[in-house]
Every structure is written in C-alpha cells, then in structure tokens.
Design a protein around this ligand. Structure first.
Ligand SMILES: *Cc1c(COP(=O)(O)O)cnc(C)c1O
Length: 226
C-alpha cells in the first residue's frame, strides 16, 4: 500500500465510529499524492486558493467534490461558485450577502459554513461568536435564498495546549448546538461542524466535529513518521 493510502486507511478507521467525514486538504501536495488518495477512495478535497481549486478541478477526476477553506476575496466569488461543493470559510456578513447575490444571479444554491473566530490569534479570519446567531436568524427568515447554510467552521489556536484547544472547540460546539436547536427546523441543512486539522483532530472529534480538514497527516504521514 502506498503511504497516502495507508494514512487514509488509518484515518478512516479512526473516523468510522464517530461518523465524521474526512476533507483531504490538497494544497501544496503533488498531483501524484492527490491521485493516491483518490485511488484509495477519497472523494472530498479542499483548497484555500480559488485559482488552485479551479486548476485542480480541471485536471482531476470529475467525481471529486471540491471544498473551499481559505479567506475568499470578493473578486473571486463569481469564479468559485460554479466549481465548489462547500465553502467552509464564510467569515463576514458581507461575504455571505455577496455569495447569495451571485448565486441567485447564476441560478445556483451554494453550500456554505459560517467560519467563527475561536483562536487567540487576532489575525485569523472569522465571525465573532456574538455575530453568529443574529446572522443565522436572518438566514432562517429567508434573507439568503441563494445559499444553504450547512453549519459552522472554526480553527483553534496554533499551540500545543490541549486545554486551550479543547476549550475553543468546546465553545464552538456549544454555539453550534445552540444554533441548531434555535434554527434547525428552518435551516434543515444545518448539520456540519467543521473543526480539526492534522494537529488537533482528536480533540475536535471529542467535541463533536463532523468534518475534519486534514493535509499533512494524510499526505505527509510517511515524512512525519520517518
Ligand atoms: C491547510 C489547512 C488545513 C490542513 O492543515 P494540516 O495541518 O496540514 O492538516 C485545514 N484547514 C485549513 C483552513 C487550512 O488552511
């Protein structure tokens, strides 16, 4: 078995009992490694730059579902929408409005998650937690018919403090559950909690993650362990 297939196998065994799905973050990876994951059965891949997502979508098999996980600039929205299966990183009300507007113009409904700022680092993107429920309320009232709001996404602080990271995931999970109980009936697609990367996925799974976004642990596991 090639190293990517072996890592994928291990990760899927870990995820199996939790029901969470693996999003393979293919940014910076060679085509050869991406294809190894594809041939081992992986079908959801993610990129953090629009041009790169479009280029990869054009040259890889068409049954891949491409997710976008980076900060989305407004001048790239129109290019991205027809190509993307899920945007994890809607980090402002203005961006949600723009995605909605362009989706309606193109006759699309775009799947999105709201990215919430949960880390200590100031420079990271995301809605502030208190902005989330009011924005979801507008969604539930039908203000954004061009989008399907599928849940929340967050990135924990880049640190090695499990208590800190666990606290951040726990806070996001509480917000997700609160939102689901308030708006779930009117937002039936609100089911996903995208949290966890290679360094912190175990903690994310403990706190109810449904989508883990993994790059290095999947594609570079052999390098990391050798
Ligand atoms: C790069 C990236 C990941 C994957 O990071 P790894 O540590 O390689 O697993 C996950 N989420 C986002 C938003 C990223 O930009």
């Amino acid at each position: 078995m090639n190293p990517v297939a072996a890592a994928l196998d291990r990760l899927n065994n870990l995820l199996g009992p939790t029901g969470a799905r693996l999003v393979a973050v293919s940014k910076y990876q060679s085509d050869e490694r991406v294809i190894m994951a594809y041939e081992a059965g992986q079908r959801i891949f993610a990129e953090n730059r629009v041009q790169e997502l479009l280029a990869k979508k054009a040259r890889f098999p068409s049954d891949i579902e491409w997710h976008f996980i980076g900060h989305l600039q407004s001048n790239k929205v129109r290019m991205l929408l027809p190509a993307v299966g899920l945007i994890h990183s809607v980090d402002s009300p203005a961006l949600l409005e723009q995605i909605n507007h362009e989706s309606l113009r193109m006759g699309l409904q775009t799947n999105v998650l709201l990215q919430v700022h949960i880390a200590q680092e100031e420079h990271k993107f995301g809605l502030k937690a208190p902005e989330v429920l009011p924005l979801l309320n507008r969604c539930a009232e039908g203000a954004f018919e061009g989008v399907r709001v599928g849940g929340l996404m967050g990135m924990a602080s880049l640190c090695h403090d499990d208590l800190q990271i666990g606290g951040e995931f726990s806070g996001l999970s509480t917000l997700f559950n609160e939102a689901k109980s308030r708006f779930g009936a009117r937002l039936p697609d609100f089911n996903e909690l995208s949290m966890g990367m290679s360094g912190d996925y175990a903690l994310a799974l403990q706190h109810g993650s449904t989508l883990v976004r993994m790059g290095s642990a999947l594609f570079e596991a052999d390098a990391l362990h050798s």
